[in-house]
Write a protein that binds this ligand. Structure first.
Ligand SMILES: *[C@@H]1O[C@H](CO)[C@@H](O)[C@H](O)[C@H]1NC(C)=O
Ligand SMILES: *[C@@H]1O[C@H](CO)[C@@H](O)[C@H](O)[C@H]1NC(C)=O
Ligand SMILES: *[C@@H]1O[C@H](CO)[C@@H](O)[C@H](O)[C@H]1NC(C)=O
Length: 663
């Protein structure tokens, strides 16, 4: 019994995400319990959790969240009700919310409990789902409807870990009480019952056990029954502890040796326990006939029920009470990835990126993925970082950003698993074997989609993620040639001293903003700069780091600027493009936007959301005066030493930066 109780406490710790030593937790638990009995709103915390996914548009989300909370508050106040739901779906992030107070709370206590729950649940900040369960009430919100949910993984019994003095008699009385509550509550209008039962003891002194059961009012009678069945089973392991609470998505069941509701709130449940009186005779006859079969079915049923309702002891932290989208990144098994990629064979290799090699893998279920083997130093700190960053990256969802599906860490190896893009990367379509196969409309979509992906990373995700390595080989294309940016967030895995001008970045210096390449000054405008270079590459079909024989020995940026100055924009366009597909003024506009992005002063470059507006506007951007880019000059030295170069953001002078060729 003691073992069971310890187990239950351990589970509770796990559920509440506590890392405190067990003794401190016990003290905390008991102090809460004592406070819980005294304090009338009964705000001792039983369970809480936040979704690991954040809302995408925070202003929309907070507006909706605030509106639902105030709606719930109004309903509780106005109708003195103990249950309310509300929803708001303005904009991109809908919020569905539900509050329920135990019916024995006064209206004032219910309001107090709700207020406490709101302030607690706001700790989840931008999470798109969360819940708080107190003794007195619970509050939950999600990004999708959940009002019909009954029982979900993560349901749990919380035991007090203090054995009742008259263990056997107490267990018997509490067991009977719980059975009664479980049977009667679904039949009661409002799905709430509070009752008590005398503990029959041999000695002197009369003890009582108290209990309540409650279901969400939006579920069906059967749903309430199902949920309480599970709750009942969860509390079986608490007996003969003095207190037990079972929490689940659609119901709550509690017993205690201490009175925790006013005496005049007791429900008379006796009438709900009778089996229909006048059909009694019929029942007996039917009973005799089917009794034998029924008994058999019952036994099988009971066995099956217990088998099914026993949850694995170490329930996953991930999906507590269906806070719907709580999954973190999925952990893949190394041996599965090894066999999926044919032992990371050359044949399966898709490419060699700055952060490691990428392999095509076919998982056992037939799903095709891209597996990136990270080539990053393995300190303990890097590993701790890895877990956090992977969690962050896996929460980034945008149609122009590659989805991170999961990760794997085995010994020194860190692997990331991404969705697979059959069309590979943009560079192949611009400079590589498939050159000329994309039409003007497709190129335009890629230019706009890439801007959208970057704007999301910079401005809409709750953490500003600067990519730092935007280039055509990092822009992948899906089946319909929509762009998806790869490798975002990975620069955050690098130790601080490795982030700027490491060999990793030297390889793509042609894309790197001068202030970052030379001074290591990092801002989201570093990505704006690289984006501008990518746009020029897309339009011209020329690599930024390459001197084309037909040009006058100029790098792309210099060439683009000269043509712009002379009003000859159209000459920059890749001759492979059909001139009937594009209008000269569209070309002009895009080139001007690109040159705006590559201006030497970061402050003068537009943000990515401004870029989107400019791309979509029909008017020309001519009236903006552009500053001439700082030209990256040829390769006097190989790499590293940039100390002799100086770049002044106001100067228009050509600066010589060591240039390392593309690959
Ligand atoms: C929502 O409510 C919180 C707390 O009252 C407040 O700080 C925040 O500014 C509100 N947000 C919006 C968008 O109304
Ligand atoms: C969460 O919210 C409660 C109530 O506002 C506050 O007391 C507590 O310090 C907050 N932080 C955490 C980590 O729970
Ligand atoms: C129950 O008793 C309390 C005092 O103990 C009283 O304030 C309350 O009005 C009573 N409620 C009902 C429904 O009789």
């Amino acid at each position: 019994m003691v073992g069971q109780a310890t187990q239950a406490l351990k589970m509770k710790q796990e559920y509440l995400g506590m890392v405190l030593p067990i003794t401190i937790t016990s003290i905390w638990w008991w102090s809460c319990l004592i406070r819980g009995v005294d304090a009338s709103p009964q705000i001792n915390l039983l369970n809480k959790g936040c979704s690991q996914y954040n809302a995408t548009n925070l202003p929309d989300f907070y507006t909706n969240l605030n509106a639902t909370f105030s709606d719930l508050k109004t309903q509780l106040n106005k109708n003195s009700t103990h249950f309310a739901t509300a929803q708001q779906a303005r904009g991109s992030d809908p919020v569905y919310a539900m509050v329920q107070c135990r019916n024995y709370l006064s209206a004032a206590d219910c309001a107090a409990c709700f207020a406490a729950a709101v302030s607690q649940i706001r700790n989840c900040s931008a999470a798109n789902g969360a819940r708080v369960i107190y003794d007195g009430c619970f509050l939950r919100y999600e990004s999708a409807g959940f009002f019909d949910q009954t029982t979900l993984p993560g349901n749990v019994g919380l035991c007090s870990n203090k054995t009742a003095s008259q263990a056997t008699a107490f267990s018997a009385a509490a067991g009977k009480l719980l059975v009664d509550l479980q049977l009667a509550t679904p039949k009661i209008n409002g799905f709430f019952a509070a009752t008590k039962n005398e503990v029959v003891t041999s000695g002197s002194g009369n003890e009582t056990v108290y209990g309540v059961a409650q279901c969400a009012e939006t579920i069906s009678k059967t749903g309430c029954q199902d949920c309480l069945n599970v709750a009942y089973a969860n509390l079986q392991s608490c007996l003969p502890d003095t207190d037990g609470r079972a929490v689940d998505a659609g119901c709550f069941l509690r017993y205690s040796s201490t009175s925790f509701f006013p005496d005049n709130q007791t429900t008379n449940i006796a009438s709900f326990l009778k089996t229909g009186g006048n059909s009694r005779k019929k029942a007996i006859i039917i009973g005799v006939v089917v009794g034998g079969v029924g008994l058999l079915i019952l036994i099988v049923g009971v066995l099956l029920y217990f088998k099914l309702s026993r949850k694995p002891e170490a329930a996953r932290r991930g999906d507590i009470l269906g806070a719907t989208e709580l999954q973190g990144p999925m952990n893949y098994k190394y041996k599965d990835l090894k066999s999926a990629t044919k032992n990371f064979s050359e044949e399966n290799k898709l490419g060699e990126g700055g952060f490691g090699d990428v392999y095509k893998g076919t998982l056992n279920n037939g799903k095709i993925v891209a597996v990136k083997k990270l080539a990053i130093l393995q300190s303990d700190r890097a590993k701790a970082n890895f877990v956090n960053e992977v969690k962050l990256i896996s929460n980034v969802h945008h149609r122009n950003l590659i989805r991170l599906l999961g990760c794997c860490s085995k010994g020194p190896e860190l692997l990331l698993i991404y969705e697979y893009m059959a069309n590979n990367s943009l560079d192949r379509f611009i400079f590589g074997p498939k050159r000329g196969s994309l039409n003007w409309k497709q190129l335009n979509d890629i230019i706009l989609g890439t801007a959208r992906g970057l704007a999301y990373l910079h401005e809409e995700f709750h953490v500003c993620i600067i990519h730092r390595d935007i280039k055509t080989s990092n822009i992948l294309l899906d089946d319909s040639f929509q762009p998806k940016i790869a490798d975002f967030g990975l620069a955050r895995l690098l130790p601080d001293d490795q982030t700027h001008l490491s060999t990793r970045f030297a390889g793509t210096l042609g894309y790197t903003a001068p202030e970052y390449a030379i001074h290591g000054q990092l801002s989201e405008k570093v990505d704006t700069y690289s984006y501008g270079v990518v746009v020029l590459e897309i339009i011209s079909g020329q690599k930024s780091s390459e001197i084309k024989s037909d040009a006058m020995g100029e790098f792309l940026l210099e060439k683009a600027w000269k043509l712009y100055e002379n009003g000859k924009h159209v000459e920059l366009v890749d001759p492979n493009l059909d001139p009937n597909e594009y209008k000269p003024e569209d070309v002009k506009k895009i080139i001007e936007i690109a040159l705006m992005c590559t201006q030497p002063s970061a402050a003068q470059r537009p943000t990515m959301s401004e870029v989107i507006v400019l791309l979509k506007s029909t008017s020309s951007v001519e009236n903006r005066a552009l500053t001439r880019p700082v030209f990256v000059d040829s390769d006097k030295r190989v790499k590293g030493d940039t100390s002799t170069s100086t770049a002044s953001s106001t100067s228009n002078a050509t600066v010589s930066v060591s240039q390392v060729s593309g690959r």
